[in-house]
Design a protein. Structure first.
Length: 218
């Protein structure tokens, strides 16, 4: 959440809006924050939501994506209607800061990810799944999460490069999708922080400049 603007911030914003001190109508502090956040974005980490229909789950996933530095999320809607959670309606909406790419089939989504060099791991609880905490998530990685009731589809499981499971020791053998996604993403964050991946920008200067201009318009 942003800090409350000071009188100085308001004066600076007014100047910017008048076109006197800045290209876009944003405070200097806001511009610094945009740059700092973009420098920590992880373009080689993403999630795939396959027919996830609950808007609260989608919103929660996107908030987790923003929190750990995911630049782009992928969504597949082949049998469900997409919820309205992708609208950039308020500054608090994570959809405002995490771009989403929609695909009409899991095949099209996987093809796009593989063209960009991603390893695709499906989140699933089965005998073929590797324990999350024994899985290297530092390379270009896409984690697939399925529908709330059906889970990841057989087609998405079969075509993935591997499977990963969040260890569970209780009587109930599943987590809410948004919770499972947060657990996986924060394990990726832990690994990447330990390796210093957030200390050096992964986006080149031209992309940082382009996205910075775009974000300051939002």
């Amino acid at each position: 959440m942003d800090d409350m603007p000071t009188a100085a911030d308001r004066r600076e914003l007014a100047k910017a809006q008048a076109g006197k001190t800045a290209r876009w109508p944003r405070t200097e502090r806001r511009q610094r924050r945009v740059v700092d956040v973009l420098r920590r974005r992880q373009p080689d980490l993403t999630v795939v939501l396959e027919n996830v229909h609950d808007p609260h789950n989608v919103s929660a996933v996107l908030r987790s994506c923003d929190a750990v530095g995911v630049l782009t999320a992928h969504v597949v809607y082949s049998i469900e209607e997409p919820p309205p959670s992708f609208a950039r309606t308020t500054s608090a909406s994570a959809a405002k800061w995490v771009d989403t790419r929609r695909h009409d089939s899991i095949e099209a989504c996987y093809a796009a990810l593989r063209a960009e060099g991603f390893l695709i791991l499906a989140a699933a609880l089965d005998e073929e799944s590797r324990d999350l905490y024994g899985t290297d998530l530092r390379g270009p990685t896409a984690i697939v999460f399925g529908n709330e009731m059906r889970g990841v589809s057989p087609a998405a499981l079969a075509a993935a490069d591997g499977r990963v499971a969040v260890p569970m020791l209780g009587m109930i053998e599943s987590l809410n999708i948004s919770v499972a996604c947060a657990v996986v993403l924060y394990e990726a964050l832990r690994q990447r922080r330990a390796a210093g991946d957030y200390e050096r920008p992964k986006l080149n200067a031209a992309t940082l400049a382009r996205l910075g201009d775009d974000w300051l318009r939002r």
